[in-house]
Every structure is written in structure tokens, then in C-alpha cells.
Unconditional design. Structure first.
Length: 73
């Protein structure tokens, strides 16, 4: 951990950029049942059943010393 923190403290050098990479999984879901009709004066009701339609990953690269970020879905 100390080596990573040391790396982040280095001054900016365009020839030796510090990049941070992260990814986040996202699940693509759809309704498995029809939503309940909304009626005037009633609270909105939602059903918890869903169907999984696949998954994706959000990928991001950050340059913390410049504030620049790149993202791709």
C-alpha cells in the first residue's frame, strides 16, 4: 500500500502517466411480470420479480494528477 501511495505523490510527468483502472459489473434486467396499473390516490406498487437479460461491465481509466477520465460501456 505504501508503494501505491508513494506513486500517487510523484509530480506529474507526461512521459510516465499514473493511471487508475476500475470496473463495475452491471446486470441487465427486465420485468418478468407486467407492472401494476397506477390508480389515482394510490401509492405506486412494484413487483420484485425480474428476468436477467445479460450483464455488462463499465470500465474506467482515471489519470488522477490531471483529472482526466476515460470510460467505456
Amino acid at each position: 500500500m505504501e508503494r501505491i501511495l508513494w506513486l500517487y505523490r510523484l509530480p506529474y510527468d507526461p512521459l510516465y502517466s499514473v493511471l487508475c483502472y476500475d470496473e463495475r459489473p452491471c446486470f441487465l434486467i427486465g420485468d418478468r411480470v407486467d407492472p401494476l396499473a397506477i390508480q389515482t390516490g394510490q401509492l405506486r406498487k412494484e413487483h420484485y420479480a425480474y428476468e436477467k437479460l445479460g450483464s455488462a461491465a463499465l470500465l474506467a481509466v482515471l489519470k488522477p494528477l490531471t483529472g482526466r477520465r476515460l470510460a467505456q460501456l
